[in-house]
Design a protein around this ligand. Structure first.
Ligand SMILES: *[C@@H]1O[C@H](CO)[C@@H](O)[C@H](O)[C@H]1NC(C)=O
Ligand SMILES: *[C@@H]1O[C@H](CO)[C@@H](O)[C@H](O)[C@H]1NC(C)=O
Ligand SMILES: *[C@@H]1O[C@H](CO)[C@@H](O)[C@H](O)[C@H]1NC(C)=O
Ligand SMILES: *[C@@H]1O[C@H](CO)[C@@H](O)[C@H](O)[C@H]1NC(C)=O
Ligand SMILES: *[C@@H]1O[C@H](CO)[C@@H](O)[C@H](O)[C@H]1NC(C)=O
Ligand SMILES: *[C@@H]1O[C@H](CO)[C@@H](O)[C@H](O)[C@H]1NC(C)=O
Ligand SMILES: *[C@@H]1O[C@H](CO)[C@@H](O)[C@H](O)[C@H]1NC(C)=O
Length: 368
């Protein structure tokens, strides 16, 4: 990775130097979506204008910025793909409006950033997934042929990048999804959906490393943060979560080809009115042999949380639950330090730990 970064920087820098010698303007070049025909009237489809603005910004041989001014910009599914020539930023001061009908997105992810290095997304704007109409279609617990609803914003193979300031509102499925991402900062983001909206996870992370989430509020109808297979070195700091299902590692163990989760620090975080706070969930009859290790949860406040600490190695949200196999998911070296507050549910314990077999679990250290 380091050598790739160095090569990238060298390329970008040499391009800048070429720009210096061949033209007088070396500063940031702005690509305003309006100059590509985008209209902030809430109804025109702006997918083409946005894609064209992105293509030019990405190909620009110098620092570039795609700019979305104030206004309501309706757009169907879009992919902003790299590789780009230099550092690219995407500044959203307006509102991006998703189609209300999920079928009109025609993609797994509504706004998909992929194969990019050095991307910055920022601004005071909102990406509005307009999920309300789609939420009743989410009946996958009972219907095997349920529609697959779109995630609002996805990052696939995007490295050395950041998102800050943006609000993500009412996604159809998850809000922000990270897949094969390395060195990504999420700061000062606001993620909001009603507490009863199904499957509206705030931040989902898989196969990623060095992710830093800070100063962020997440209130949704599902996990605030879902940490899935194959992650290393995640840092979560000064996050407020609620409503929602807490900060969750898993579920894991159900599918083959899952990888370890190693190195998680959750610090200075407040859970308000969530079903769970700190949560680890693994399936009992696991298909993979993996380890979840080196987790630290520190300085965490619970306010009216139903199940503040819930480590469950017999996770099975709906029947049939096969309770015969061996769990091959080991949980190792988890530290819970300075966790306090109030719990909602008189029947549920403050700390619930369902080991599948004590043997497969290393050690958990508590200090309150
Ligand atoms: C995002 O776009 C890339 C490039 O077209 C594609 O390979 C990838 O599957 C898309 N990801 C999602 C989750 O839609
Ligand atoms: C980003 O990092 C991932 C994993 O470290 C790697 O697979 C991918 O090729 C990188 N993408 C870019 C655009 O450099
Ligand atoms: C991580 O990404 C940032 C840009 O967001 C960059 O400045 C920094 O050098 C990267 N760190 C590493 C270790 O590559
Ligand atoms: C987050 O955004 C929602 C919707 O725009 C707003 O109601 C709420 O006040 C915001 N919360 C924070 C903490 O900024
Ligand atoms: C995470 O990001 C925050 C805000 O940008 C910064 O203050 C903090 O030092 C970073 N932490 C790590 C471990 O990178
Ligand atoms: C924590 O995050 C909030 C935004 O959610 C911000 O207003 C506050 O300044 C942050 N606190 C610290 C200590 O960084
Ligand atoms: C346990 O996890 C902590 C925090 O990640 C780490 O510093 C420590 O080295 C780990 N201990 C072992 C024995 O792996």
């Amino acid at each position: 990775m380091a050598s790739i970064n160095t090569a990238f920087k060298a390329l970008c820098l040499s391009l800048l130097l070429v720009a210096v010698s061949s033209s007088p303007t070396t500063e940031l070049k702005i690509f305003d979506v309006q100059s590509y025909g985008a209209k902030g009237d809430g109804t025109s489809d702006n997918a083409k204008a946005f894609t064209n603005a992105w293509k030019d910004a990405c190909a620009w041989k110098g620092r570039s910025k795609v700019y979305v001014p104030k206004g309501a910009f309706y757009l169907g599914g879009v992919t902003f793909a790299g590789p780009c020539n230099c550092q690219t930023s995407f500044v959203i001061d307006g509102v991006l409006l998703a189609p209300t009908n999920n079928d009109d997105i025609k993609k797994e992810t509504w706004v998909n950033f992929s194969y990019i290095n050095y991307l910055t997304i920022s601004g005071s704007g909102t990406i509005d997934g307009q999920g309300k109409e789609s939420w009743p279609l989410n009946n996958c617990n009972t219907n095997d042929h349920c529609p697959r609803l779109a995630v609002s914003m996805g990052f696939d193979f995007v490295n050395n990048s950041r998102i800050e300031g943006i609000t993500s509102l009412n996604s159809k499925a998850g809000h922000l999804n990270f897949f094969f991402v390395d060195n990504f900062t999420i700061a000062g983001v606001n993620i909001t959906a009603p507490g009863d909206s199904p499957n509206t996870d705030g931040i989902k992370i898989g196969f990623s490393s060095n992710i830093n989430i800070s100063n962020t509020h997440i209130g949704t109808g599902d996990d605030c943060i879902a940490i899935l297979s194959g992650n290393t070195n995640l840092f979560i700091y000064n996050v407020t979560c609620g409503p929602g299902h807490g900060i969750s590692v898993g579920s894991l163990g159900k599918n083959k080809d899952e990888k370890n989760v190693e190195g998680l620090m959750v610090k200075d975080t407040v859970f308000t009115g969530t079903s769970d706070g700190i949560r680890i969930k693994t399936w009992e009859s696991s298909a993979t042999e993996i380890a979840l290790s080196n987790f630290v949860y520190e300085n965490i406040q619970m306010i009216d949380v139903q199940s503040p600490i819930n480590i469950d190695q017999q996770y099975c949200p709906y029947p049939p639950c096969k309770k015969t196999g061996d769990s091959h998911v080991q949980i190792q070296n988890v530290t819970l330090n300075n966790i306090w507050g109030t719990s909602m549910n008189k029947e549920a314990p403050w700390i619930r730990i369902e080991w599948f077999k004590p043997k497969v679990t290393d050690k958990i250290r508590f200090s309150f």
